[in-house]
Design a protein around this ligand. Structure first.
Ligand code: NAD
Length: 267
């Protein structure tokens, strides 16, 4: 039996890649997707939206038209995702959240939704990035306390939040491993007379330019050597394929709050 999936925000940059990935996945049946009421793609064929020919499933404005789906994949905006969580709770639907930029308070709301439905919060659905998180844990344990740790990320000019959800998560993994509080040790950009570097800090630097799909590097720098761990995404399909893997995994999960480490068995 195939898992029935709907894509929320299906006309977006990620949405169109998600449609393609869902169609290509042998165990997933794409039953629909949502667009805004103001969209020029209302009641539009999903396959045509992704540029791969009609498949018979259409876009909807009302989520109640998508009740056939078992798992919802949401790559929209913070406000919309928070509304979608309430809807999924009400209708007992599993939810994969790819949207990024949530505040700590909003993450708590998502975590609490796990008491009612299976929910995955995945600021980065790429398999490589989630392996990167694991490598950061290993590296932090081995040399984190002796090195200066900096995180660099670059994305396309249209990205709305900074630093990226992935960069924040990288910082969180490192801080958790080293027993530091990221809210206290994070430094977001530097300017002017900043003084010498405080060893406990984790620095973040951001670039926004052109069509960069997503690049992340963690520096562990000492005097005499430095280790750089880098991930570069060259196509959004990598995120879309990871999201399908998450949706399939979630279809068999109990109610709970999960992340990609659960999906990939990296815990
Ligand atoms: P986008 O702006 O191209 O797409 C978002 C889509 O959601 C738009 O088409 C918009 O119309 C739609 N949308 C918003 N509110 C809606 C509503 N109420 N009803 C229906 N549709 C609605 O943005 P994008 O580049 O596709 O990114 C979307 C989100 O995914 C961002 O938060 C981004 O940071 C995140 N993202 C996550 C990953 C990951 O791996 N998790 C990868 C890339 C992007």
């Amino acid at each position: 039996m195939k898992v029935k999936v709907a894509i929320l925000g299906c006309s977006g940059r990620m949405g169109r890649n998600l449609i393609q990935a869902a169609i290509e996945h042998e165990s997933i049946e794409l039953v629909g997707g949502s667009v805004r009421s103001t969209s020029s793609f209302v009641d539009f064929d999903l396959g045509e939206l992704a540029g791969i020919g009609a498949i018979g499933a259409k876009t909807s404005v009302e989520l109640t038209e998508l009740l056939e789906a078992d798992v919802f994949i949401d790559f929209t905006s913070i406000e919309t995702t928070l509304e979608n969580i309430e809807w999924c709770k009400k209708h007992n639907k599993a939810l994969v959240i790819g949207t990024t930029g949530f505040s700590d308070e909003q993450v708590k709301t998502i975590e609490a939704a796990g008491q009612h439905i299976p929910v995955i919060l995945a600021p980065n659905t790429s398999v490589g990035v989630n392996l990167l998180f694991k490598l950061l844990e290993i590296t932090s344990k081995a040399i984190g306390d002796h090195t200066d740790i900096e995180i660099f990320e670059a994305h396309h000019r249209f990205k709305k939040d900074a630093p990226s959800g992935t960069a924040v998560k990288m910082g969180q993994v490192i801080a958790d491993t080293l027993g530091r509080d990221l809210n206290k040790c994070a430094v977001y950009g530097r300017e002017g007379i900043t003084g010498e570097r405080d060893k406990e800090t984790i620095g973040f630097a951001t670039v926004r330019a052109g069509d960069i799909v997503g690049e992340h590097t963690a520096f562990f720098a000492d005097i005499g050597e430095r280790l750089e761990i880098t991930h570069k995404a060259s196509s959004r399909m990598t995120f879309a394929l990871g999201a399908m893997r998450a949706a399939f995994w979630l279809s068999e999960a109990d109610n709970g709050y999960y992340d990609m480490q659960d999906v990939l068995g990296l815990k």
